[in-house]
Ligand binder design. Structure first.
Ligand code: BES
Ligand code: ZN
Length: 621
């Protein structure tokens, strides 16, 4: 899929001139007029009603604050009940003000319009959340690891913060915050803020977040969480029964922080803790500042999936410190982070492990490209009005983005590229940026200093062209080559499965083994694999993600009970969607999948439930 250079350059020129890439079409905020600079939350957690209720106070910075006459403040909300809005008048008194909620858009929610007599500096909103809030999951005790206490967690990215706080829900606006969270005694409340490892679970918690963050990094969790330190500044929060295994699995966290600091400058957020959530957490990880939220499905006992920790940590530079201004430029968050993640893995586990993980990612990208329309194969996406911003969550942003940075590293040399990236983070710390900002910085700070290393046409092909440019060199892994050889031996019956030399294979090698099996493999061959390697019932989610779809397509029905068990237990979207997709390919499978969703659905996060539902609804009948 080669692009005509002229076409890429034309698309590229467009990128530079036609659209204001800092504009966020997924928010009603008007940041050129007014910005939230500081927020004060005061919320009670009601597990019976599945609701947060209380108030939020926003401090506002207006352009031309002295401007006479009334002003309208527009905030994003979704499914919130707004009970009262007040504003602080110049004399310091709180007075009620008029407000209205606009019509609910299925993607954006309802705009909250607050009518102010003047450009006042503070507004206060009393509200409660809906039990169906898209950004919250309320778990009854039965769906937690401990089984005795309820649990709540938020997932604000991309635009779910508005379902639990009325605010300017755009990555282009940053604010500091304080919070008071009240809950039943015996539960621990945590936030993307200054969590105190020694806090008492007395039901009343106070938080301060002095670094300004965009709304998608606002996070809260409440549950039976205990803490164990990994180092002076890093530790793990988890339900008691998970804590010990999590501490062993993530013991490399402090070393990861040190590697990242040595490459890109000091970690600027104070503590770095991990919160291990129940298996219903819809993502692998979420980079909430100071407290990454982590799926328990990466606890395999052999530390083979810790690149996910490196990834969420890397966001402390790429994403949290330097933030995409709109979801069109999501690659600035995820592509940079995937690049940094892989550098951390290389420093800790060596170049071969890093190459192996890169190659697995590249295989995923190639597969994704095969089914994405050309306009979604570019790094700098066109405006997405009327589209769910989560559509940006593809391997293009992650892996093509990473690959572009690896390409630059190769051309300019590691030393110079490392220094460049460090300057990028320093120069844009606590700011929101666009692809255009990056390209300007790249031209000035790298291309001008080392001319002739890359051409504008090459850059254009990466940024604005579909597919993979000719300058993309694939990662080479000897560990995966060994897997290819073993698989071929088995497929061509030169060896039985049991006789293959798989000693010491890590998760990514098993993943590669499975990804390379032919689509029409027969069920009895899977029986042989299962007898030798026990894939069915595997506790490793990455392996389950690849194995169960193969069993479905081959009609290997013996795997069904374990498959069903997996889909009931795990809510991490990436791990379960492929199996649902395979089931949806036949009428019998589809019926089975519908039945499973009915059983498992109540335990899924709203995000996961919606994705599975959409997939099954789209299946041909
Ligand atoms: N920030 C993302 C998760 C995300 C992106 C949530 C967009 C909602 C909207 C997080 O850093 C991430 O990328 N998680 C990955 C793991 C990673 C190792 C690729 C995941 O959850 O699978
Ligand atoms: Zn990420």
């Amino acid at each position: 899929m080669r692009l005509l250079p002229a076409l890429a350059l034309a698309a590229f020129a467009c990128l530079a001139h036609a659209t204001d890439r800092a504009h966020d079409e997924h928010s009603v905020a008007e940041p050129k007029l007014v910005r939230i600079t500081a927020t004060e939350l005061d919320l009670r957690v009601d597990f019976d009603q599945r609701s947060l209720r209380g108030q939020v106070t926003h401090r506002l910075a207006w352009t031309q604050p002295e401007w006479p006459g009334p002003a309208t403040l527009q905030l994003d909300t979704r499914d919130l009940s707004i009970e009262r809005v007040q504003a602080r008048n110049p004399e310091g008194r709180w007075q009620r003000v008029e407000f209205s909620l606009g019509e609910r858009d299925p993607i954006l929610g309802s705009p909250l319009r607050i009518e102010l007599p003047a450009r006042l500096a503070e507004v206060r909103i009393r509200y409660r959340t809906s039990p169906e809030a898209s950004g919250l999951q309320w778990l009854p005790p039965a769906l937690t690891a401990g089984g005795r206490k309820p649990l709540l967690f938020s997932q604000s990215q991309a635009i779910h913060a508005r379902s639990w706080v009325p605010l300017q829900d755009t990555p282009g606006v940053r604010f500091t915050y304080t919070a008071r969270i009240r809950t039943a005694p015996g539960l621990m409340a945590l936030m993307s803020a200054d969590n105190d490892p020694a806090a008492l679970a007395d039901g009343d918690f106070h938080f301060t977040m002095p670094q300004p963050i965009p709304s998608y990094l606002l996070a809260v969790a409440v549950g039976d969480f205990r803490f164990q330190a990994l180092s002076e500044r890093a530790g793990i929060w988890a339900e008691p029964s998970l804590l010990e295994r999590a501490v062993a699995e993530f013991a490399d966290t402090e070393r990861m922080i040190q590697v990242a600091e040595s490459l890109y400058g000091p970690y600027r957020w104070g503590r770095y803790d991990l919160l291990v959530l129940p298996a219903s957490f819809p993502f692998g990880g979420m980079e909430n500042p100071r407290l990454s939220f982590i799926t328990p499905t990466i606890i395999t006992g052999d530390r083979s999936l810790v690149s996910l920790i490196a990834h969420e940590l890397a966001h402390s530079w790429s994403g949290n410190l330097v933030t995409n201004a709109s979801w069109k430029d999501f690659w600035l968050n995820e592509g940079f982070t995937t690049y940094v993640e892989n550098r951390i893995i290389e420093a800790l586990f060596g170049a071969e492990r890093a190459a192996m993980e890169t190659a697995i990612g590249q295989a995923g990208l190639r597969e994704a490209l095969a089914s994405l329309p050309p306009e979604r194969q570019v790094l700098a996406l066109p405006p997405l009005p009327g589209r769910d911003p989560e559509e940006v969550l593809t391997d293009v942003a992650y892996v093509k983005g990473q690959w572009f940075l690896q390409f630059l590293e190769q051309r300019f040399g590691r030393e110079s590229f490392d220094a460049f990236l460090r300057r990028w983070f320093d120069a844009h710390a606590f700011q929101s940026v666009t692809t255009d900002d990056f390209l300007a910085f790249l031209r000035r700070e790298l291309m001008a200093r080392q001319p002739g290393r890359v051409s504008e046409a090459e850059i254009a092909a990466w940024i604005a062209g579909p597919g993979l440019p000719p300058s993309a060199t694939p990662a080479v892994s000897t560990g995966l080559a060994a897997v290819d050889a073993a698989r071929a031996d088995w497929l061509e019956r030169r060896s039985t499965a049991a006789d293959l030399d798989t000693a010491g294979w890590i998760t990514w090698q098993w993943v590669h083994f499975l990804e390379g099996l032919p689509a029409d493999i027969a069920a009895e061959r899977l029986v042989e694999l299962d007898a030798a390697f026990r894939f069915t019932g595997t506790p490793n989610g990455e392996i389950a993600q690849r194995w169960y779809p193969i069993t479905v397509r081959a009609g290997y029905f013996e795997a069904r009970p374990a498959l069903a068990q997996f889909l009931r237990q795990v809510g991490r979207r990436k791990l379960i969607l492929p199996t649902y997709a395979a089931l949806a390919e036949t009428p019998d499978g589809l019926a089975f999948a519908r039945q499973l969703l009915q059983q498992a659905g109540p335990g899924y996060h709203p995000i996961t439930r919606a994705s599975v539902q959409a997939l099954l609804d789209a299946a041909p009948r």
